[in-house]
Structure formats: structure tokens, C-alpha cells
Design a protein around this ligand. Structure first.
Ligand SMILES: Cc1ncc(COP(=O)(O)O)c(C=O)c1O
Length: 328
């Protein structure tokens, strides 16, 4: 039963710690905890490790020697994919859009010898097609390619956060029960996995995703439904296709564009609880969660778990902007 939960590699250090955010809890009037998924690996750090344990298991099982994936130039997912693929003896090709400054994640991709295909925003809209074409070329040249969609979000990737839910259940048995679990939502594989995990482990907490993309919440909810349907088809299961709420309004000007509001959150959390967030995902999600607490959507005295999904290397791509923010 549910053998698919065990069909994975062991790439990260799990379970990750759950820590109280003492000072932010006082400030906000809730019992706030942090799931430290930023501590699950060093070069792999963040929410992608859990997804890649399942995805790269498939790649190895299928005897692949090249892994393809895609995202922005500062994609955390691509950096983690490059790192683990190389560690497992596979080559990596990444299709990346945006500014190609040698910083943060891109710098690590290059150090790890990933082959980067720079693409435009327009090309990114059809990136699965681009990757499938390249995979065909590679296969014709005698390789075996494994294609991972952006963010590692497909049926198999959902298993990362579905299995993480077990860690929450075990922790809750010894400590407190969470009323809310909050995370940044990009390609929706993390939040979709949590929904699956809730059903597998019979958890009752409410999941809230904070949208950090330019898509609207309805589009992300549709994406999640698609992922859950794909999951049921692939694994022959009949999980209910219901989706947790995704909240709009906190992305700011655009995906991966940071403002002083986001830097305020990074600075506040660093000073109060000595945790570093990134400006693309975790700071925006934390800003959203704070606002939901202030507005009473998350009631006072609730037990709230915020997932630190990583992104720390991406922070360094904002060094200049942060310097002018900090120095005035
Ligand atoms: C640091 C970080 N947090 C959150 C997310 C969002 O996760 P998902 O794409 O599964 O919604 C991502 C990736 O997109 C990420 O890199």
C-alpha cells in the first residue's frame, strides 16, 4: 500500500527541525513555528530536495545520464537539480530566462558544470516543448534524458511534500497541533503535495499558500487540480481533488522583483529571530502571512507553521539593491 512513498533516494537530512519563532510570535500574537527546510542540505538547500528525492530516483531507475530542467536564471530548483544530478553522476542542462548575472544560484550552476541554455520569457512559455525537443536530440546522440518540469512540479514531485506531512504529524504528537501551515506558492508542487499529505496522514491543519507569481490564485488552484489528477492517474489512486486556498496580493510588482516592503520583512526577521529569508519567495510569503494575521484571517493564538522553503543563495543576486536599502 502506497509504495510510491518509498520510491525515492535519500538526498537531504530529514526530518528538518521545527523551531518556535519566539520574537515574531510575541509581535504577532500567534504561536509561530518555522519548518527549517532551508537546512535540509547545503548546496541543495530548500523545498526542491524533497521533490528531487522522488524525481531523480525515477531518473536513475530509468538509467538516464542527462537531466534537463528549466526556470529563471536564479532558480533555486535548477541549482538543486544541477547539484544532485551531478552528485548522482548525470549531466545537467538548464533552460533559464532572465538576467544572467554570475551570482547566487546561477554561479553555483556554472561551478557545477551545468550547461545553460539562455531563453527569452516568450520561449519559457513553451519550455516543456523546448526541453522535449532537446531530450530527443540527446537520445539520438546515444544519451538517455530525464526532463523535470519547472519547480519539479508534476505528479511525482508532489510526493516530496506529501511525505513531509508525516514529519509534521510525528512532531505534533509530541508538541502542539498546527491550525495553519503556510508556504510560498510558485509552481504549486509544494502546496499540492501538502494537500496530498493531509489526505494520506489524515491531518486537519489548514494549508494556505501565498502566491508569489504573476499568475492569479485561480490559475494556481487549477494547476494544483491538474497535478492531483495526474497523480491519481499515474499511481492508480483516488485522492480527492480539492485544493488549499492560495492568497493573492503579495507578489508586488512582479515575480522575482523585490521592494523595500520585502526587504523590511527580511531585516525584521533577521533581527528578531535570526533567520534569513529570500526576497523572491519566503519574504513575500511571510509578508502575506503577517498581513493575514493582522487582518484576523489567521486568528490570534493560532498555532501556525511557516515553511522556510529555502532560497538563501538567491538573496545574493539582490546584493546591490539590498546595499542601497540598508545604507539608505
Ligand atoms: C525558495 C522557494 N520557495 C518556494 C518555492 C515555491 O514552491 P512551488 O514551486 O512548489 O510552489 C520555490 C520554487 O518555486 C522556491 O525556490
Amino acid at each position: 500500500m502506497m509504495d510510491f512513498l518509498n520510491e525515492k533516494l535519500s538526498l537531504g537530512i530529514f526530518p528538518t527541525p521545527i523551531e518556535p519563532m519566539k520574537n515574531m510570535s510575541k509581535e504577532l500574537g500567534v504561536n509561530l513555528f518555522l519548518k527549517r527546510d532551508d537546512l535540509d542540505e547545503f548546496l541543495g538547500s530548500g523545498n526542491k530536495v524533497r521533490k528531487l528525492e522522488y524525481l531523480l530516483y525515477e531518473a536513475k531507475k530509468d538509467s538516464c545520464d542527462v537531466v534537463l530542467s528549466a526556470g529563471g536564471m536564479q532558480s533555486n530548483h535548477c541549482r538543486a537539480t544541477a547539484y544532485f544530478s551531478r552528485r548522482l553522476g548525470m549531466e545537467v542542462e538548464l533552460f533559464l530566462f532572465g538576467q544572467s548575472e554570475m551570482q547566487g544560484n546561477l554561479l553555483i550552476d556554472k561551478l557545477l558544470g551545468a550547461k545553460v541554455h539562455p531563453i527569452t520569457h516568450e520561449e519559457y512559455a513553451n519550455v516543456m516543448e523546448l526541453m522535449n525537443t532537446r531530450a530527443k536530440e540527446l537520445e539520438e546522440a546515444g544519451h538517455r534524458a530525464y526532463v523535470i518540469p519547472p519547480g519539479g512540479s508534476n505528479a511525482t514531485g508532489l510526493l516530496g511534500y506529501a511525505s513531509m506531512t508525516k514529519e509534521l504529524k510525528e512532531w505534533e504528537e509530541k508538541h502542539v497541533t498546527f491550525d495553519y501551515v503556510v508556504c510560498a506558492t510558485g509552481t504549486a508542487g509544494t502546496i499540492g503535495g501538502l494537500e496530498l499529505g493531509k489526505q494520506i496522514y489524515d491531518e486537519k491543519f489548514q494549508v494556505l499558500g501565498i502566491n508569489v507569481t504573476k499568475k492569479d490564485a485561480t490559475q494556481l488552484e487549477e494547476k494544483m487540480k491538474g497535478l492531483l489528477n495526474d497523480f491519481n492517474s499515474k499511481y492508480g489512486t483516488s485522492f480527492e481533488v480539492k485544493v488549499p486556498e492560495v492568497v493573492d496580493g503579495y507578489v508586488g510588482q512582479d515575480y522575482a522583483v523585490a521592494s523595500d516592503e520585502d526587504f523590511n520583512v527580511i531585516k525584521e526577521v533577521a533581527l528578531k529571530d535570526q533567520v534569513i529569508f529570500d526576497p523572491v519567495y519566503t519574504a513575500k510569503a511571510f509578508k502575506g502571512m503577517k498581513d493575514l494575521i493582522v487582518k484576523g484571517k489567521i486568528p490570534h493564538d493560532s498555532n501556525v507553521l511557516f515553511i522556510h522553503t529555502g532560497g538563501t543563495f538567491g538573496l545574493f543576486a539582490f546584493a546591490k539593491q539590498l546595499q542601497s536599502y540598508l545604507e539608505g
